[in-house]
Design a protein around this ligand. Sequence first.
Ligand code: COA
Length: 420
Amino acid sequence: MAMNKLNRGVAIVGAGMSKFGAFPGKATRDLFVESFAEMQGSVDKGVDVKDIEAVFIGNYSSDLFEGQGHTAPFMTHAVGLNPVPATRCEDACASSSAALRSGIMAIASGLYDMVLVGGIEKMSDLPTSEVTDTLATASDALYDVPAGYTFPGFYATIATAYMDKYGATPEAWMSVGIKNHDAGSLNPKAQFGQRIRELMDIKIKSAEKKGRPIPTWADEMEFMHDDRANLVIAWPMRLFDCSPVSDGAASLLLVAEDLAKNFTDNALHIIGSGQASDVTLRYRSDLTTLSSAKAAAQQAYEMAGVGPKDIKVAEVHDCFTVAEVVATEDLGFFSPGQGYEAAMEGVTSLRGPRPINSSGGLKSKGHPVGASGAGQVVEVWKQMRGEAGARQLEGDIDVGLTHNVGGTGESCFVHIFGRK
Ligand code: COA
C-alpha cells in the first residue's frame, strides 16, 4: 500500500484574498492582482516574487461565466510572472483545493521550491438563471441536468433525506444561516457584512420609508420562516440557506519547508492532505453523508497524525446550510445525526466549543466557486496567526482544517495545517 506522506515538507508563507462580492466594474484579473498583492504583503520577511517557479490556478468555469478559457497564463501575466509554467486546475467548487494539492505535490516531489497557488471566479456578470445552468454543468449532464436538477435542488434532496433519517427540521438549517451571517459580519472581506438582525432592521426601515406595511418579526427565526423575506429556493433550502453568486480571488505562497524560515517565523505547515472522488448522488445508497469527504478526511488525519478533537479552526464547505451540518459529521466532529443539534445549540458558533466557519463560510463570506478553497485557507492562515481581528478564535489555534467539496461530493479535498 502507498505511504500516505509527503516526500518533502511544504509550508504556506503568504496568503491573501480580494474582497468577495459582486463587482461589475472589475475583471477577474483585477481581483487576482488584489489577492496577490495582499499575499505578497503578508510575507513577514518579504519575498522576491521573481523566485516563484510555477503557478497553479483553481478556476471552475471562466469559459461559461466570462467567455475566457485558458485562465492560468492570463492570471500569471497579470502578476508579471511569465514565463513560469502556469496550470489551471478544475474540480468544480473545489478547484482551488485541487490547485493547492497540485502545488503541494509539485514542491513535495522536489520539482520546485516555491509556487503560487491561486483561485479565481467571476460569476456575477451573468443573470442568476445562467449562473444556475453553468453551475449545473458540474453535475451529470447526461442524466441529472435533463431531469431538471440544479445545485439548490441537489442540496434540497440531501436536506430532505437528512430530515427523514434523523428527524431534523428546517430550523436546523436556519440556525446555520444565522450563525454564519453573525461571523461574516465580523469579516471585512465577506460579501454579506450583516447579521440577520441587521438585515431585518434594514428591511423594516425600507418598508417605513416606502409606506409599506411594517414587518413585525419577533426574532431572527420568525424572519427566516417568512416566505416573502426568505424565499423558498428548493424546499427546504431558502434564500438564507444558499451561498450567493460571487466574484473573488485568493492567493497562497507555498515553499519547501526547509526554506520557510527565510520568509516567516510563523508559517502554516501542510501536515495533512486528502482527496477522494465519488459517484453522483443518484447512485448513492445514503444521501446524508459524503463518502468522498470521509475518505479525504481519513487520509488527511492519518497523514497529520491528528484527529477531529485536535482541530481548532475549521472552514467547511457550506455552499448550502445543510452541507455544513453534513460536513461536521463527515469530518468526525459529531456523530451521524448529531450535527444538526450541535448547530441549533450554538456548539458550532464563533464562541461555541467547536466553532465552524469563523469567516462566515461560503454562505456569508461568499462563494466564487473556483476561489473558495483557497479563500478557506486564507481564513485558517489568519486564525492560526492571531490576525482574525474581531472574529479571532480564543485559545492557541495550532491546528486548522479546510474541507472543500466539488459538486455534491463527486470531489472532496481536506487539508490540515499545523505549526512546526
Ligand atoms: N443569501 C442571502 N441573500 C441573498 C442571497 C443569498 N444567497 N442571494 C441574493 N441575496 C439577496 C440580495 O442581496 C438581494 O437583496 P436586496 O433585495 O435586499 O438587495 C436579494 O437577495 C435578491 O438578490 P438576487 O441577486 O436578485 O437573487 P437571486 O434570486 O437572483 O439569487 C439565489 C438568489 C439563491 C438563487 C442565488 O444566490 C443562487 O443561485 N445561489 C446558489 C449558488 C450556487 O448554487 N452555488 C454553488 C453551490 S454548489
